[in-house]
Ligand binder design. Sequence first.
Ligand code: UFG
Length: 337
Amino acid sequence: MKVGGFMSEKETVLVTGGAGYIGSHTVKQLLKKNYEVVVFDNLVSGNEEFVLTENFVKGDIGNRKLLNETFRKYEPEAVMHFAAHCRVGESVRDPAKYYENNVVKGLTLLDTARNFGIDKFIFSSSAAIYGDPEEVPIKEEAPKEPENPYGRTKLTFERILEDYSGAYPVSACSLRYFNAAGTDPEGELGEIHDPETHLIPVVLEAAAGERDYVEIFGSDYDTPDGTAIRDFIHVNDLAMAHISALDMLDREGENYLAYNLGTGQGHSVKEVIETCKEVTEIDIPVREGNRRPGDPPKLVADPGKGYRGLNWEPEFKDLSPIVETSWNWIKQRYNIN
Ligand code: UFG
């Protein structure tokens, strides 16, 4: 509420990880909806060029002193917590890094928020909490058996939020993303990961000549074309779901809620590559390789509970328009006409 020494009339949202891919796209939508936004990001994986507000604190969510100063200065009413490490393979090699950042430091943030009386907390969770599901499409109530430390850190933090919201005056909502994809249709924001491992940008980088080829990780899955199936949801749709969640917490005052965010449509790795070929009109070089350890064959959301509970639905329902936004970003990034 209090921003830059003056009282702001608007609701203030503190966004951790607001310089990252999903965080920055959400900040943009919050600003469009006239929220006051404070970005808190250590820029380890975020990009300063994606910070769209002057209210920017460069810092780590484990820094209790800086968090205290930030909450005191800006008096936010809600926290959206995106800041996290998110590489599955890395989490297997270095679980300590993931538990430290995604759980221990997340708790420092949550406790600070609680001390300042913040009663709305929205958390970036993941389909990774379901592991290799028995039933697809996946409902929120499905068994949670994450298969890697990354997924376990997300599930652990969800449980902490559930316990906190049962005991303290805080309402929390976990949003379980399926495969975030696409970029800002206005071209102001994009997707930069170093290294890039996500399927759509990898395929488009191959189209752009930034990679020699794209490797398909496994063509022997029990799926119609033998490649893995995922549910790709546009990053702007994820952003809008966060704003709906904020409204919902205001309205309902529920203690703890969790929703799957997906489109409910599955696309195989081969279908994604074909769509990228159509959108770019480039014959992208492809090689078939081995499965990537830890990849479930099929992850598709049952998004119905989120549609109803959040009063929200994705605008990008098809894959082509999602890929088009990513391709526009890649062309801009690598100066391709
Ligand atoms: N893939 C390839 N070649 C590549 C990259 C990916 O074949 O070069 C395949 C993967 O094996 C997988 C699919 O494309 O089958 C999607 O892979 P991504 O890396 O794009 O995404 P994931 O489904 O592995 O990961 C996403 C999120 C994670 C989250 C996970 C939940 O990015 O943060 O879903 O399982 F943990």
